[in-house]
Design a protein around this ligand. Structure first.
Ligand SMILES: Cc1cc2nc3c(=O)[nH]c(=O)nc-3n(C[C@H](O)[C@H](O)[C@H](O)COP(=O)(O)OP(=O)(O)OC[C@H]3O[C@@H](n4cnc5c(N)ncnc54)[C@H](O)[C@@H]3O)c2cc1C
Length: 499
């Protein structure tokens, strides 16, 4: 695949130097050079007095520093310069699309309350996904293998490298790409979007108004600019994550822990155990060195969303059982990702991209690398209409861009991934364990392809048959008894989508 950020696939030395002069150094495969600010007596004291006997009361120490190494170009609101595309949001989706579209000579402005702030989320990805986009340099650290504890007695080792994305590096590369391709920025929150026949406008919280032929909403999951005409019956991934300094931990440093479904830590917590056996959560862990680890207790998918308090209580019990004593919390995150649900109305005057438009994998919640990979696809549809040789605006433009991002084949395969999510929603702890036991026994082409959203409908059908073949009899019973309703819904949706 073509490199995503051609001019910048390797960061310049000056850039790396400046970039890491903030509060943290990068992690690499061989070394881990996090800079730890001096422990604070107050926090140390709370280790002993916290009512959880643990880390939940700790205040995350990392103060996010803005990116001051890139000089972005600001739009002059007084000049009322003609714009082709306005992109709302400077998250991964907004920036990678802005860079791609501007590269074709289209005039782009990206609007965000703080375009230079650090992205807050911790992103992980399979190494091959980011590498295929020419972005290998954007990992903090990679692990040659991943592992899954199916239960107390069974562990699977996955021969597929995994990495933690260096979000500052990725954002800087995208910003530099934007700068070199002429993207302009405006600092503000978009309040309102108005449409006329061939033109749309945004109104920002600072009173400024900008006009363009196309508005792309890349403002994340909470956006209300993109419209839906079907009930939004999402599942939700919810997780509590911390990057922590610990006294010690039991993880192998050469493996990341993708999922730990063990529940022995709940032996003395009957209420939590009963709940967990119905609505299971797992631990995800990225060990950076013997004292530094990212830990996340995760509900893969639930509907209604599992309580955050419950997740944190389970995490406390798990870490205590594993003998992990948290000394300091460097970062913490509450992760809530809407998964599955219907696609927005296609087409409509506001184009959506990223979290606003159903790009999150319905069965896993992963989205970053898929968004990066699809940015050129959407950019091409936009430039076909608004590039120098063509001037297609209004309804034909909306039709082209929406169908460019969501052609029928992609909509149909998404229905299948939604079916995967609906199936997972029906599984209890035992069912979930059996599912992943069989899933990770599949031919790697299937499970890699499924997790990376790159299987065709035919391949997905083959995967289903193969999964059934690899399943235990209990799991087959689950499939036969619990899948018919989601299967029938999927078939119905496939028919509706393909008409
Ligand atoms: C905690 C967490 C962890 C995640 N981890 C992973 C992971 O490991 N791997 C993975 O693949 N995916 C992960 N995801 C899922 C997904 O990739 C992220 O949510 C990703 O950040 C979505 O990108 P985005 O650009 O669509 O939206 P966002 O990253 O949410 O960016 C939206 C931007 O728009 C701005 N904005 C919002 N409203 C307005 C407005 N009205 N006007 C102007 N600007 C506005 C925001 O300030 C923000 O800068 C995670 C999600 C969360 C919440």
């Amino acid at each position: 695949m073509e490199a995503l950020i051609t001019p910048l696939s390797t960061p310049s030395p000056s850039l790396s130097h400046k970039h890491y002069s903030s509060s943290f150094s990068p992690l690499t495969t061989s070394t881990c050079s996090f800079y730890f600010p001096k422990p604070n007596n107050y926090l140390t004291h709370r280790v002993h007095t916290s009512k959880y006997g643990n880390f939940l009361d700790f205040i995350p120490e990392n103060k996010s520093t803005p990116i001051d190494d890139v000089d972005i170009n600001w739009v002059d609101p007084l000049r009322k310069a003609r714009l082709d595309v306005i992109i709302v949001g400077a998250g991964p989706a907004g920036l990678c699309l802005a860079e791609r579209v501007a590269r074709q000579g289209v005039r782009v402005c990206c609007v965000d309350p703080d375009p230079l702030s650090m992205w807050p989320n911790n992103y992980g990805s399979w190494v091959d996904e980011l590498s295929s986009l020419g972005l290998d340099s954007c990992f903090d650290k990679t692990w040659p293998m991943a592992c899954v504890h199916v239960n107390e007695h069974k562990t699977k080792y996955l021969d597929r490298p995994y990495g933690r994305i260096n979000r500052k590096m990725l954002k800087m590369l995208l910003l530099e790409g934007c700068v070199s391709n002429g993207v302009k920025f405006h600092k503000g929150k978009v309040w309102k979007i108005n449409h006329q026949e061939f033109e749309s406008s945004i109104v920002c919280d600072d009173g400024n108004e900008f006009k363009a032929s196309l508005i792309v909403d890349a403002s994340g999951f909470a956006s209300s600019f993109v419209e839906y005409d079907k009930p939004r019956n999402h599942g939700y991934q919810i997780a509590h994550g911390i990057l922590a300094e610990v006294e010690d931990h039991p993880f192998d440093l050469d493996k990341m822990l993708l999922m730990d479904w063990r529940d022995s830590h709940l032996g003395n917590e009957p209420d939590l155990r009963v709940q967990n056996s119905r609505l299971p959560t797992f631990l995800y862990a990225m060990p950076f060195d013997s004292n530094l680890v990212f830990l996340e207790e995760t509900s893969l998918v639930s509907r209604p969303v599992l309580s955050y308090k419950e997740i944190k209580s389970r995490m406390v019990a798990r870490l205590r059982h594993m003998g992990i004593k948290v000394k300091r919390v460097i970062e913490s995150e509450k992760c809530v990702i809407p998964m599955g649900g219907p696609l927005p109305v296609i087409p409509q005057p506001v184009m959506g991209f990223g979290g606003t438009t159903g790009l999150a994998h319905p069965s896993t919640g992963y989205m970053v690398t898929r968004t990066l990979a699809l940015a050129p696809v959407l950019a091409e549809a936009i430039t076909e209409c608004l590039g120098s040789t063509r001037m297609i605006r209004g309804q034909p433009l909306y039709h082209r861009v929406w169908n460019g991002l969501w052609p029928i084949e992609r909509r149909l395969t998404r229905e299948y991934y939604r079916f995967g999510m609906e199936t997972l929603l029906k599984l209890d702890l035992e069912g979930t364990r059996s599912f992943f036991d069989a899933f990770f026994d599949l031919n790697p082409e299937y499970w890699h392809g499924f997790l990376s959203s790159r299987l065709s409908l035919m391949e997905l059908a083959m995967l289903s048959l193969s999964l059934f073949g690899h399943s235990s009899s209990a799991s087959r019973f689950d499939i036969v008894t619990k899948c018919p309703v989601p299967l029938a819904k999927m078939m119905g949706n496939l028919v509706v989508e393909s008409i």
